[in-house]
Write a protein that binds this ligand. Structure first.
Ligand SMILES: [Mg+2]
Length: 161
């Protein structure tokens, strides 16, 4: 009898050793199949999105808790940087904020969401819904009128010390 962690280790080791062969076989099998349902048909629930994100995670990124934390946190930072890069080019390099840049920003925000969902599900044992609810709760406590006020913002800044 071996532990679950030992079993996972053996499975990941097998996958690492045989990943090229497995990938080729999966691609051959996929080519033989007509999907009954596309992976993405438009609107998905947050939970379905978390399932989708988790199914796409690389074996390397799922190989340990450290790997999952690193992949998620670095992913959020990296993709957030790509959002900032679009803004920088519009603000300082003369690029127009046109349809193409709007679409690019939507795509990059989607990439941020991917890693938020990844962290929520695979590292925090949480969900996108809990993250949204926690954020709403925090902001409702900070802005009691439901609107931004400088006084409440400054009170929050002062509390940081
Ligand atoms: Mg990206």
């Amino acid at each position: 009898m071996i532990s679950w962690d030992q079993m996972k280790g053996r499975v990941f080791s097998f996958l690492k050793t045989n990943i090229t062969e497995i990938r080729d076989n999966v691609q051959e099998l996929r080519a033989l199949c007509v999907p009954e349902k596309p992976v993405y048909e438009g609107q998905v629930t947050l939970e379905e999105y978390e399932d989708f994100v988790t199914s796409l995670a690389s074996p390397e990124g799922m190989s340990s808790e450290k790997a999952k934390i690193g992949m998620g946190a670095l992913g959020v930072a990296g993709e957030g940087g790509e959002v900032a890069d679009i803004a920088k080019k519009v603000l300082y390099h003369g690029k127009p904020f046109d349809e193409a840049n709007r679409d690019a920003m939507i795509k990059e925000l989607g990439d941020v969401m991917y890693y938020v969902a990844f962290l929520a599900r695979n590292v925090l044992n949480s969900s996108i819904q809990e993250i949204i609810d926690t954020n709403v709760d925090k902001l409702q406590k900070r802005y009691k009128t439901g609107k931004f006020t400088v006084a409440e913002f400054m009170a929050k800044e002062a509390a940081k010390g």
